[in-house]
Design a protein around this ligand. Sequence first.
Ligand code: FO1
Length: 318
Amino acid sequence: MSTPRYVVLSGGVGGARFARGLVAATEPGQVTVIGNTGDDFVHLGLAISPDLDTLMYTLAGVVNEETGWGRRDETWNFLATLRAMGGEDWFRLGDRDLAVHVERTRLLATGRPLTDVTAELCRRLGVTARLLPMTDVPVRTLVDTDEGELAFQDYFVRRRTEPRVRGLRYAGAATAPPSGPVAAALTDPDLAAVFIGPSNPWLSIAPMLAIPSLAAALRSVAVPVVAVSPIVAGKALKGPAARIMADLGVPVSATGVAEYYRGVATGLILDQADAGLAPAVGATGLAAGITGTIMTDTAAATALARYCLGFAASLRRR
Ligand code: FO1
């Protein structure tokens, strides 16, 4: 029998922790992670891919567990020196992290696509799971706010999510050509399930769904697509998900997430705290699974991944 394969769609912290759990719960070679690049930007002349790096560092075991992004055992000499010189210091680049941006920028300048460069960086950091950017062309998440349209990192980091969000757009997504490796992962005959990590649907998953070839591939997979709710008891575990949902007038609950994923996902995993929402989620047409979704450590993430694997298998048998 062939080895089942799994695809994870992921933004930063929550999705990365889920991916780490799924890698721990499976055998080498079974997991392909597709990472959001809508948050990518050029800063200080460097190509920065925050979600790919959060995934890479988390899978390599070198992430800063407190922030969820950046590297552990980081030093800040570069940033302190830049600040002392009056440079732009609102986006905190640590010394170790900086080396990765410099190397990514150099490799991209040789003409290699982001998919190859990401694979190369992963290889050098010892990441065994396959990590694919959602596309090789720039897609940029732009946030329409009461202060005008802001680039994602301007809204998220520089303005600390303070402006009120009126809408979002994903510039470049509609014309982004299909990525060969992403298409291959989603049409793999051994694909057994697709998981959507507990990432912010609007900020991290929507940029992927805005790429026509990726959305079409996802909608035509013949296997379960199981999302993990990033909203637990009306709160986002990390980041501004709940705030953005409220600003956009979407119910801040797992039910709001289920509504959003209708037509894409076949199942939604709810935290035990939201067990009472299972009937409402079921009414959206998604099968509801209930378990602990708070990934305090790798053991908790692995337990969540095991539950998701079992839940997906039960949907396949239906
Ligand atoms: N997030 C912050 O809130 N403040 C920062 O200074 C910051 C720096 C940073 C540097 C490298 C990196 O890969 C990520 C970084 N992030 C920072 C996180 C990141 O911008 C966001 O978490 C993601 O874009 C959202 O998924």
